[in-house]
Design a protein around this ligand. Structure first.
Ligand SMILES: NC(=O)c1ccc[n+]([C@@H]2O[C@H](COP(=O)([O-])OP(=O)(O)OC[C@H]3O[C@@H](n4cnc5c(N)ncnc54)[C@H](O)[C@@H]3O)[C@@H](O)[C@H]2O)c1
Ligand SMILES: [Fe+2]
Length: 386
């Protein structure tokens, strides 16, 4: 049994430790809910961990509902139907339960339940979030079941706009869950391929936050330690899903990724977002494919920083050593080396490059991301060579 148990108050209240899902009813009450709506995706809705979460709430005297019309890479209809269910059921809060898809949709339902404007009015642009009626945002308890997005400790939700095939980030500071239950036992049943993909998302968040030029040394420190946890634990978690200590460390790394990317993201995400929106690929796995090519593209701007990172991780050889370590990690957990492994070909490369340079994450990339640059990264990922 792992000794990794703690209560944290940064960046929100986190109850961390194996088995702590039993505290779900208590957490809901502490967040002011009596009739929570548990929001998850349709795959998770069928699993025992979800049935158990509902039982725990009922046994604790709550009257929960469940909404699970949520697909991976959620779209606006998943959100609008959920808002209708929330309102019709007179729910007073949301338990956002799942990987990024369930967590984001749950958070967005809690956010949109009391708003009158369309969700696209609250995209993460300038101060658009101030358009929201903050008083009417329902409380959120978040329960991650993957270790990747870190959405459980984030103030944003991602939803795909089907009209334009773009992934949009919706932001409001009050979308931060009031209480998070991080129970690594919930992730034990995650298939290896999702463990690998979600873990690469956590690594991409830490790496891009660390490399971004925005001034946020606090976030950079968190990102460094998050990367150590991924390198040391992701291969173990993929190899043996029941390794609870590795699962716990990955759950921390995921939360650290999201806490650190307030410092910015970069071209891994700028390219992964359009590819995910156009080809419905897994977000983290897509990041994993792009990671080494973006490192090479950014090399001139990040070499000393990456040398410091390599030293911290105990990897010799500076930038080149780190690049090799990323390639080795990727290969050991089954991340494809090229886009072909995601069933993505070159037919839409121009459109992807155009979408990448206007993705909000592009501004964090340490080398200005031009269309030519985005095409160069895409072509490297297509060919599998640098
Ligand atoms: N809000 C943010 O800051 C943020 C950051 C990164 C990514 N995202 C978004 O999150 C989404 C991706 O999230 P994800 O990578 O966690 O994947 P996901 O939520 O789409 O889940 C992937 C699959 O794993 C299954 N699954 C989840 N937990 C499981 C478990 N414990 N056991 C068995 N199966 C399980 C789900 O049913 C689903 O089929 C994307 O839409 C992405 O854009 C959001
Ligand atoms: Fe991500």
């Amino acid at each position: 049994m792992t000794k990794l148990v703690a209560n944290w108050s940064y960046p929100t209240a986190i109850r961390f430790g194996a088995g702590r899902i039993v505290e779900l009813a208590d957490a809901c009450k502490a967040a002011g809910m009596t009739q929570p709506l548990l929001v998850t995706d349709f795959g998770l809705a069928k699993l025992d961990i979800t049935a158990r979460a509902l039982d725990i709430m009922r046994e604790g005297g709550l009257t929960p509902g469940i909404y699970s019309e949520v697909r991976p890479n959620p779209v606006e209809t998943n959100l609008t139907r959920g808002v209708n269910v929330f309102r019709a059921g007179h729910h007073d809060g949301v338990v956002a339960f799942g990987g990024g898809s369930g967590l984001d949709t749950g958070k967005l339902i809690a956010f949109m339940a009391g708003q009158k404007r369309p969700v696209w009015d609250f995209e993460d642009i300038g101060d658009w979030w101030t358009r929201a009626d903050a008083e009417r945002i329902a409380p959120i308890v978040a329960v991650p079941t993957t270790a990747g997005t870190g959405s459980e400790v984030g103030r944003a939700g991602v939803v795909t706009d089907e009209a334009t095939h773009t992934k949009k980030v919706i932001f409001h500071p009050k979308m931060m869950p009031r209480i998070v239950i991080c129970d690594p036992e919930l992730t034990v049943g995650m298939p290896a391929v999702i463990t690998a993909g979600t873990g690469m998302d956590a690594l991409a968040h830490c790496l891009e936050a660390y490399c971004s030029d925005f001034y946020h040394p606090m976030a950079a420190g968190i990102a460094l330690e998050g990367m150590r946890l991924v390198f040391e634990n992701l291969p173990k978690a993929v190899k043996n899903g029941k390794d609870l200590e590795a699962r716990a460390q990955m759950m921390s790394a995921a939360a650290m990724g999201a806490a650190s990317f307030q410092k910015g993201l970069g071209a891994i995400h700028s390219l992964s977002h359009p590819v995910g929106a156009l080809y419905d690929t897994h977000h983290g796995m897509t990041n994993g494919v792009f990671m080494p090519y973006v490192l090479v593209f950014n090399r001139s701007a990040i070499e000393p920083k990456i040398a410091r990172l390599a030293a911290y991780l105990g990897i010799g050889g500076g930038f080149d050593g780190f690049l090799q370590a990323v390639l080795k990690l990727r290969a050991s957990i089954g991340v494809p080396h090229t886009l072909e492994g995601l069933k993505v070909d070159g037919s839409r490369r121009d459109q992807i490059a155009e979408m990448a340079i206007v993705d909000p994450t592009a501004s964090g990339n340490p080398v200005t991301l031009t269309k030519d640059g985005a095409l160069r990264i895409f072509d490297m990922a297509l060919a599998g060579s640098f």
